[in-house]
Design a protein around this ligand. Structure first.
Ligand code: CO
Ligand code: CO
Ligand code: CO
Length: 348
């Protein structure tokens, strides 16, 4: 080992942020399998959602999720914070309250100093503390590539589960974090991003969706998800797939990092964005006014992205105001649920 600071992102083989299995691949693996049936499973594998939900009693259910990935920033403490915030996010996207977590670690102990693992876990603990979550265990394996994440269990009320379905016509769609972390972390990996941009995007990715979730709790929210690896349009597609309605997105209202737009114009687009486009592009109609860089950003895979909330139209402005009052400055109404075209996304 040398005195040079270790660049964690250069140890990652896959491009972009989370080195995720290409969309659709897991569906093929699961297709036709005989999955166990239990009436207490309120949200399971039958339809893509943020987390599983299992009813314990009439007024209590468990909400469970797991997420882990290789580093997308070089600072180990920040990486730990990001991975934890990302894993916790799926609990918040369901309307749950996270309670316990377990570490999932793959660590190359022959090439990286153990102090790096300690800093990563400290970063994770920092976010768990903020979330009011206790670490109760974990599992660590030796691997050639560093990976870290959490499995998280929370409480949720069985009659207030925010799934991806249940869009109502007229609902407004609200997004709580800007898009572009996939492109920016690709730039970080390529050594193109300066410290100010690294700090900005790290701050965004380490921000818990906790405040956004607590805020939406007092409004009439019909559906919610968080924007992660499949990108804005990929996760939106999951909301419209079996819906009786469609959605109309105003691209100019979608918060996007200007740096990400500049790098997109230079062609610095992670492979995941192309995967997302080929997987879900058939659901999307772009108006000719939407420029190519913005289109690419709408497919950009996000790490620890914001919540995408479908809220009753009469509550929409008030929810945006409340989110802003609680420090979520970029919260914006980005579109609405429309009667037609059914199960499609129109971007204007
Ligand atoms: Co999710
Ligand atoms: Co997830
Ligand atoms: Co949800």
């Amino acid at each position: 080992m040398t005195d040079e600071p270790v660049r964690l992102t250069t140890t990652v083989k896959g491009a972009g942020c989370a080195a995720k299995l290409a969309p659709g691949v897991l569906d093929k693996a699961l297709c036709g399998l005989d999955l166990p049936v239990d009436p207490n499973v309120l949200v399971g594998l039958e339809r893509a959602d943020d987390a599983g939900v299992y009813r314990v009693s009439a007024d209590l259910a468990l909400v469970q999720t797991v997420d882990f990935f290789p580093p997308m920033v070089d600072d180990p403490f920040s990486f730990g914070q990001i991975a934890a915030a990302n894993a916790l996010s799926d609990i918040y996207a369901m309307g749950g309250v996270p309670k316990t977590a377990m570490n999932i670690v793959a660590f190359p102990s022959k090439t990286l100093d153990i102090s790096i693992l300690r800093a990563i876990i400290e970063g994770g603990l920092d976010k768990m503390r903020e979330a009011g979550v206790v670490l109760v265990g974990g599992h660590t394996i030796e691997d050639s590539e560093l990976k870290y994440g959490l499995s998280v269990t929370g409480y949720i009320s069985p009659d207030r589960i925010m799934t991806k379905k249940n869009l109502q016509v007229g609902d407004c769609l609200i997004l709580t974090k800007p898009l572009g972390t996939g492109i920016i972390t690709t730039a970080i990996k390529a050594g193109l991003a300066d410290q100010a941009v690294i700090d900005m995007v790290t701050m965004a990715m380490t921000t818990l969706n906790r405040v956004a979730a607590l805020t939406m709790d007092s409004f009439q929210v019909h559906a919610c998800t968080d924007i992660t690896g499949f990108g804005f349009l990929g996760h939106l597609a999951e909301m419209v797939v079996d819906s009786e309605y469609g959605v109309r997105i105003n691209a100019s209202n979608v918060p996007i990092y200007s740096e990400a737009l500049e790098w997109a114009a230079m062609g610095l687009i992670p492979a995941g964005a192309y995967n997302n486009k080929s997987f879900r592009g058939s659901f999307v109609d772009f108006s000719t006014d939407v420029n190519q860089n913005v289109q690419d950003l709408l497919y950009d895979p996000q790490t620890s992205g914001g919540l995408l909330i479908a809220v009753a139209a009469r509550d929409a402005e008030n929810l945006v105001d409340a989110l802003k009052m609680n420090g979520i400055d970029c919260a914006a109404i980005v579109g609405e649920v429309v009667r037609e075209p059914v199960s499609r996304i129109v971007v204007v």
